[in-house]
Structure formats: C-alpha cells, structure tokens
Write a protein that binds this ligand. Structure first.
Ligand code: SAH
Length: 254
C-alpha cells in the first residue's frame, strides 16, 4: 500500500496521529525534503529506506513506489502541509491507478491553518468575512486568467496566499489593482510552527518593504483582509438569545 501523508506545516507534533503511526510502520518513505521537517523521520523504523524527492523527477518517484509495491512494502509519500493543496499528488495518483496499485491519502494541517494559528486570528469573522480564498500569484506555474489576483480581490474577503512570498511586488500591485485599499491589513508568516517562525503584520501597500526588512523570500504565507484587524460581530452560536439544537435561549438574552 502507498500512503500520501500530509506532514503538517513543520512542527514535528503537527502531523496527524494516523500519519505518525503510518511513518512508524513504513518500509519506504519518499519525502519532500525542501519543506518537510526531517525530524518526522525520527518516527520511522531504523531500516526504513528514505528518499528525498527534492532532487527526483515524477518518473523516479513512481519507480521507487512501483518497486516497493512489488516487494509488498508499506510506502509513504510524505508531502508538506495537506497534500490536497499544491502537492502535485494528482499526477502521482493517476499513474498509480494506471499501474493498478493501491493507495490512500491521509490529510494534514495546511500552512494556511498554521499561519492563522501563529497570528491567533480567525479567517471567518461575523460581519467581516465569511469566506476564505486560497490562491497564489502566478509564477512559473500559470494561474487561470479568471482566477487572477485582481479578479479574486473584487470579493474583498479573507485571502491566504501560498507560493507568493518571492513575488510580493507583483502581489501587492495586483491586490490594489483588484480593489483592496492600500491600507488593508496583511501579514506574512514565515515558517509557521517551525522554531524560526516569523510573523510580520503589515498592509497590502507595504508588503514588499515588510518582506525585504525581514528577509523573507520563501516558505511563507501571505494573509490579506480585514479579518486581521477589524471590529466584528459576536457569534450567534454562543449568543445567550440564540436557541439551537443543543441550547435554549435565555429569556433575558443575557
Ligand atoms: N501542501 C502545502 C503547501 C505546499 S506549497 C500545505 O498545505 O501547506 C509550498 C508553499 O506553502 C510555500 O511556498 C509556502 O507558501 C507555504 N508553506 C508551507 N509550509 C509553510 C510554513 N510552515 N509556513 C508558512 N508557509 C508555508
């Protein structure tokens, strides 16, 4: 069996219990060494074969998986954060299907969650924003035209941007062109949950300066939106005057 496992954002104890147990049973681990914390390999058996996919092609990764399957080994493909986001798992899954090999995906804590945790913020504040846009600026991987940052910005909702910390000048210009006021709150979270985590609060207009001053060029999330600094309404769910399936409203509403 081949398991695609989300390694979480970095901290060794932010992998799921299921993911950690699978690592401890694995005979073969292929991990994305550029971003996955190598401390996670400490959970592995001493005789587990370990491959760093940073220097491998898709074909080489598949070859390792196919040969491990022939030996009936337990293989783990360890991806950073949650594998469903910018993980390039689909192309691996489709080839494994062609080979009729069994696989399973185990989710992980994504960097967008770790970044919000580092800032102690909530993306979905009542009265401010009830949606989160997860996207990226176009880099070497193109972004479909209708998803350009300028278009997404028209929603003025909370945004969590991956793979964009090296393109802050472009990002800042596109956000403003799309309609965000230059003074809209923004934050850069570098290596969320790692020992050298860095949290920088800034504005959409000052993103470039904030990145330069703190020497941030990669492995960072950029968060944008009023959820970072706005007054909000308290939740209905926990309001004394609000009844729901598990609680009756008090008469006074207090
Ligand atoms: N699947 C991963 C994302 C992989 S793309 C996930 O769900 O988190 C790689 C990008 O993720 C990086 O360029 C950066 O934007 C972001 N990233 C990954 N780990 C991060 C971390 N610990 N802190 C901040 N950003 C991170």
């Amino acid at each position: 069996m081949i398991y695609f496992v989300g390694a979480g954002p970095g901290a060794k104890d932010l992998i799921t219990v299921r993911g950690m147990k699978l690592i401890s049973q694995a005979d073969c681990i292929i991990y994305a060494g550029s971003l996955v914390n190598s401390e996670l390999l400490e959970y592995a058996k001493p005789d587990c074969s370990v491959y760093d996919s940073a220097g491998m092609t898709l074909e080489e990764v598949i070859d390792v998986m196919v040969s491990a399957e022939k030996q009936a080994l337990v293989t783990i493909r360890l991806h950073t954060g949650d594998p469903s986001l910018y993980g390039a798992i689909q192309e691996q899954i489709d080839i494994l299907k062609e080979h009729e090999l069994d696989f399973q995906v185990v989710p992980g804590v994504s960097a967008f969650s770790a970044a919000a945790a580092a800032l102690s913020v909530e993306y979905t504040l009542p009265g401010v924003s009830q949606s989160l846009i997860i996207s990226r600026t176009a880099g070497r991987t193109a972004v479909p035209e209708k998803e350009a940052i300028q278009s997404l910005s028209t929603h003025q909702t909370s945004m969590a941007l991956f793979l964009s910390a090296g393109l802050l000048d472009k990002l800042s210009a596109e956000l403003i062109e799309g309609g965000y006021a230059p003074e809209t709150a923004a934050a850069i979270v570098y290596k969320a949950s790692w020992p050298d985590e860095l949290v920088v609060r800034t504005t959409v207009a000052d993103l470039v300066q904030a990145g330069e001053e703190n020497n941030i060029g990669s492995t960072a999330m950029v968060l944008v939106g009023d959820f970072l600094d706005s007054a909000y309404e308290r939740s209905q769910l926990y309001h004394p005057s609000f009844s729901h399936g598990f609680r009756k409203a008090t008469e006074t509403g207090k």
